[in-house]
Design a binder for this molecule. Structure first.
Ligand SMILES: Nc1ncnc2c1ncn2[C@@H]1O[C@H](COP(=O)(O)OP(=O)(O)O)[C@@H](O)[C@H]1O
Ligand SMILES: Cc1cn([C@H]2C[C@H](O)[C@@H](COP(=O)(O)O)O2)c(=O)[nH]c1=O
Ligand SMILES: [Zn+2]
Length: 197
């Protein structure tokens, strides 16, 4: 595999839905392209929301991507001369994405990861906590809360207009028909267990 002169690293862009994670990742991809770098973009197959062959932001900026079902599949695409690997919607991937990212960065590749830090319950989502821990660089973005107008750090899931229940399935691919960005004080989860005092 590619042995570059300079070290690689891991960057994570996280935050709630509508915070601009995908836009920010596409901005980084474009800059790498201007620099004539060889970039590979991946997303989990489950994310077929706007396109099955592109990462697409809520305001429809897009970049070509490769679908993967498991993180380890990324390694099949790594050939001599790959400069950067981008993974969007990393919250949906298995925990292998952690060592795969480390392996790529150790081999001199810039790894750019986008994903939700929290699920609709407000709890850490999939491999994101570990990815945040191992990353050299982290950008936590916020959206605008549709209730308070304050920075939104959480994602509200609404089912038939009502807050989803804590026990609902964690994975539900969707956009504004089921989700909206909310600040801490306006985020609601039905049946959420209370912590002991
Ligand atoms: N309440 C909101 N706050 C911020 N952006 C919003 C909001 N509702 C819709 N948007 C749109 O979402 C875009 C960000 O989309 P995207 O990059 O796909 O976000 P993410 O990947 O974090 O879900 C914004 O540029 C804006 O056009
Ligand atoms: C909060 C939450 C979200 N999802 C899904 C919904 C979307 O398909 C993606 C997030 O996409 P974005 O680029 O961040 O807008 O994740 C989910 O399955 N479960 C959740 O709890
Ligand atoms: Zn996104």
């Amino acid at each position: 595999m590619h042995q570059p002169l300079f070290g690689g690293w891991i960057e994570v862009v996280c935050g709630p839905m509508f915070a601009g994670k995908t836009e920010e990742i596409i901005r980084r991809i474009r800059r790498l392209e201007y620099a004539k770098k060889n970039v590979l973009v991946f997303k989990p197959t489950i994310d077929d929301r706007y396109s099955s062959s592109e990462i697409v932001s809520h305001n429809k900026t897009k970049a070509k991507s490769i679908n993967i079902n498991k993180a380890i599949e990324i390694l099949d695409y790594i050939k001599e001369g790959v400069d950067a690997v981008v993974i969007d919607e990393a919250q949906f991937l298995d925990n292998d994405v952690i060592w795969v990212s480390e392996t790529l960065a150790d081999r001199g590749i810039r790894v750019i990861i986008g994903g939700l830090d929290r699920d609709f319950r407000g709890e850490p989502f999939g491999p994101m906590p570990q990815l945040l821990a191992i990353a050299e660089f982290v950008q936590k973005l916020t959206a605008v809360c549709v209730v308070t107008g304050q920075p939104a750090t959480r994602t509200q899931r609404l089912i038939n207009g009502k807050p989803a229940s804590y026990n609902d399935p964690i994975v539900l691919v969707g956009a504004s028909e089921a989700y909206e960005p909310r600040s801490r004080d306006s985020h609601e989860v039905r049946n959420k267990p209370k912590h002991d005092e």
